[in-house]
Unconditional design. Structure first.
Length: 181
């Protein structure tokens, strides 16, 4: 999850000892985290990944789940070792990559330590903007579903258009981490 229950409760000013909404909040955090990952087309959790991709006429391969901590193996017809990781999940190979359909597999440790998984020995590394985006989306989901504006004097209600996806504030926070593959 991209936010911890404790942090969500603090931001929403819910007393830490009040557990009456914990189940609902956990559901909202899980749903918000999944929606953000789906929008970004990647996972943020630090773990071992294996990606298969097609080689094409480029010197670069883009891995989804950066930051990359360790590359275990890059394989085409054989194990490749003549590449370098140049940041943001990009691999560079001077000779280019073998061209083919789903012919390259990369196994690597990538992602961030999530707030819900941090320990003293392994502190969180998830950027604050991603956690804030998750919390903002949780707050949006807690409001009246579909209502985008309301007025009390002469009673007026506006409904959000279906299919808009993430709120604009959430999108602006997560766009730097989105893969456009």
């Amino acid at each position: 999850m991209l936010a911890s229950l404790d942090r969500v409760k603090r931001v929403m000013q819910i007393p830490p000892d009040d557990s009456s909404m914990d189940d609902m909040l956990l559901l909202l955090i899980t749903a918000s985290s999944q929606a953000i990952e789906d929008y970004c087309k990647r996972s943020f959790q630090k773990k071992l990944y294996m990606e298969r991709m097609s080689g094409y006429s480029s010197l670069y391969l883009n891995l989804r789940n950066y930051p990359i901590h360790h590359i275990k193996e890059v394989r085409a017809d054989q194990i490749l070792g003549d590449y370098e990781e140049i940041g943001d999940g990009r691999l560079y190979r001077e000779r280019g990559w073998p061209i083919g359909e789903q012919n390259i597999s990369v196994t690597y440790l990538g992602g961030y330590v999530l707030p819900s998984e941090e320990t003293k020995e392994n502190p969180r590394t998830l950027p604050e903007s991603l956690e804030l985006a998750c919390i903002l989306y949780c707050q949006t989901l807690m409001r009246s579903p579909g209502v985008s504006a309301e007025r009390v004097g002469d009673l007026s209600v506006s409904y959000a258009n279906e299919g808009e996806g993430l709120p604009l504030a959430v999108k602006s926070l997560v766009n730097p981490y989105r893969r456009w593959l």
